[in-house]
Design a protein around this ligand. Sequence first.
Ligand code: THU
Length: 159
Amino acid sequence: MKTIELHISVLVKKEAELTSEELRLLDEARRATYRSYAPYSHFSVGAAVELTDGTIVSGSNQENAAYPSGLCAERTAVFYANSRYPEQPIRRICIVARNTEGQFLQRPISPCGACRQVLLEAEQRAKNAIEVLLYGTDGVYIISSIKDLLPLGFDESFL
Ligand code: THU
């Protein structure tokens, strides 16, 4: 018998400590929350994806009366980036949410499992780690690779 220990580290920055590139991405993600279509949850999420050439693509959650037909902001942004710029790997993603009162969350938003799975594929496609910025008004979590958000994840190597 043995134990496998899995460690992740999360860098926590105040907004004032972000680099200009990080701040630019955060601003795009914040802006994207205002383009969310969330008439059912009233929870508005924005995601901004930075490609290796510096291009930024953003997306927001898009809900549907048939609830499971809606899509999270992260997948909207990643799928759009990959369909619009298939040759440009994703370098970084920033995720932001506003609650039902319209306020930015205090605690950094946590992406759902399905989005982590899609981001893991994007990371493997990019052949480089994708950095993740999770915004909260209390602080920004910076995680250096999607693998840290989905330890023991399923990928093509199992197929
Ligand atoms: N949502 C996202 O877009 N991203 C997340 O990381 C968490 C949840 C959306 C899905 C749904 O439209 C709403 O937020 C409430 O779950």
